[in-house]
Design a binder for this molecule. Structure first.
Ligand code: SF4
Length: 276
């Protein structure tokens, strides 16, 4: 994709964004460090006036060439098309919906192991909607929170049957009415089942990589998603989830990020703070 870092998605004026974010900065790295990193980055971008002595978040002021560069570097590093096996396995919208609900707080590998059995027994919403909770719990036990998840996927199948004619709806607002479905799941289903992107799915990897890179100051996924939607153009929204997940699994790991071998090292606020 050709993307040269134009002004996509930046409709608010800089001054209103400054006013909006001045007091809420970078909770994840602390205000003193946040200031130091923001100052050095903004100095490099030519967007900093030391006399203003302001506290601010980074992504709001970030030149759109930075997210553009991050996207292109990660696209060169990871081949999403050939990495599909590393994500949830599915063949139908029903399967990606159920698999994504089950993926909360566990790995895609674990989900793939249980859905092989689950989908062979309950191959559509109609069969899952009348399943025995105890039997479903036993099948999905390894994914954790199995009672809640069993209740949710059976209830989801019932809603598909009763409200959507046994089909998975293709609008976010409709998906959000299904038990166990939040914005992350809805975004994943829209992208993988219907080939569109109305948002960016923010899971634990996307959250970690985004905040370490300074692309968001927030800790809750909905606000992080809004920050990402503002700085990345719609044409790449569908790829951001997969690229950030692969980077988070392989390099930017939760406990020990491998910053010295990271292709984003020069652009990363976390690396800048932790190398000084
Ligand atoms: S430099 Fe370190 S913290 Fe930053 S994205 Fe790379 S691995 Fe993550």
């Amino acid at each position: 994709m050709q993307w040269n870092g134009g002004k996509q998605g930046r409709s608010e004026s800089s001054s209103s964004l400054i006013a909006k974010y001045l007091n809420g900065l970078c909770a994840n790295i602390g205000s003193a460090r946040g200031n130091r990193v923001a100052w050095s980055i903004l100095e490099r971008l030519g967007r900093f006036d030391r006399s203003s002595n302001l506290r601010y978040p980074i992504s709001v002021f970030m030149d759109s060439s930075v997210p553009c560069t991050i996207y292109h570097i990660l696209s060169d590093e990871y081949d999403l098309a050939s990495s599909r096996d590393e994500f949830l396995h599915f063949e139908t919208p029903y399967q990606i919906l159920i698999a994504t609900i089950l993926s909360a707080q566990t790995t895609d590998r674990c989900v793939n192991q249980v859905t092989r059995i689950l989908f062979s027994r309950y191959h559509d919403p109609a069969s899952l909607s009348v399943a025995s909770p105890a039997e479903v719990e036993e099948i999905i036990h390894a994914t954790g929170f199995f009672r809640t998840k069993a209740r949710n996927i059976i209830a989801a199948a019932k809603v598909l049957e009763q409200s959507f004619g046994g089909q998975v709806p293709d609008r976010i607002e409709q998906l959000l009415t299904i038990p166990g479905v939040g914005r992350k799941t809805a975004n994943i289903v829209i992208h993988h089942a219907f080939g569109r992107s109305e948002g960016i799915a923010v899971d634990t990897h996307v959250k970690r990589v985004s905040t370490r890179l300074g692309l968001s100051c927030h800790t809750d996924p909905d606000h992080i998603e809004q920050d990402l939607l503002r700085i990345f153009p719609p044409g790449v929204w569908g790829d951001i989830n997969g690229l950030f997940i692969l980077h988070g699994r392989k390099i930017c790991r939760a406990r020990k990020p491998d910053c010295s071998h990271c292709v984003l090292h020069e652009l990363c606020t976390y690396a800048e703070v932790n190398s000084s």
